[in-house]
Design a protein around this ligand. Sequence first.
Ligand SMILES: Cc1ncc(COP(=O)(O)O)c(C=O)c1O
Length: 390
Amino acid sequence: MRRVYFDNNATSPLLPAVFEAMRPYLVENFGNASSIHHHGQQTRAAVERARESVAQLLGCRASEVVFTSGGTEADNLALFGLLKPGDHLITTNIEHHAVLNTAKRLEQIGCKVSYIAVDSRGLIDPRHVSRGLTPKTKLISIMMANNETGVLQPVEEIGRIAAEADVYFHTDAVQAAGKVPTLVNKIGCDLLSISGHKMHAPQGTGALYVRKGTLLDAMLYGGNHERSRRAGTENVPGIVALGKAAEIAHESLTNGEVARLQMLRDHIERNVLQSIEEVGINSSGAPRVPTTTNVHFDHIEGEALVIALDLKGLAVSTGAACSSGAIEPSHVLTAMGLKPERARASLRFSLGKQNTQEEADFALSLLPETVARLRELSPTYKRPALTFRG
Ligand SMILES: Cc1ncc(COP(=O)(O)O)c(C=O)c1O
């Protein structure tokens, strides 16, 4: 059966060039990057080259990049590494659970956390950040791009507020990297998280940017890896892959690739709006990454639509992969004021570099009929009076 994948915010397939770059480090170049002999020197050099590539994507120094096991660890290291009992954290109520559940844990150990609310488009108002500052505020952690809606927060304004208040600023850029520029000095952040598998590198790879001079406690103790900020023998193949993916991501910002994906995303949105009644794009009024769309198909259970489409070969999702199967509607969509029924009727299409126009058209060919069939079963759906289109 033909399978088309539009769930790249959950995870994205390894690009052949990324696999080719990492392959030798899975086989012949196996050395421990801390060893002083030839094998170690070879892998150390590869790790440092990858660090340079990630630094280029982020516009920082290589020494400011700490490799981690992914976005979750990068977020945890940023928050737990900085905050102590008694400190105050400002974040939002639409963060990924890698930040939200870390914040909850910090509350349990005596930190105070303020959760800034978003408006109906999914945007925070930076003035609420300024107003939330207290003498105890040590860190502001606000995501750059939301994983469900793609909404881009005004991180540069938040960066300025943090700098003026002399407070650290962390941004979770897991869903932004490679889709929009993520230059740390432009953003004005002290810490920034990325994840490899959202940009066509393998799962279990990622990095945290740590601005020089930021005093961060390690979470893992052991050897002096990563300048003692993250102990543990480096995942050399994964790091090499992340470096290659970062290079490709960096190029795709200017070589027309991101623009191509934006055209595909816009094509999907336009066609869905034209061909199906009672649908809408969540967060359409906000700045968004070019590769995500979140659509509500009223009168339908999103999970049922995901399953029905999957049976026809199309993979999309209802939002965060980690919370699918949960009965609760998305915390992001409900924070924007969507009624629970509409939040549950929402589907995310997220694009990756492997996607083609033809795949978008395949998705569009399945949607009207699948939606219509599920609506037939819906107690809230009233079939519109017969209309002729076209
Ligand atoms: C915004 C955001 N932050 C953090 C993460 C966690 O990253 P990882 O899966 O690499 O742990 C994700 C993953 O979905 C994400 O979308």
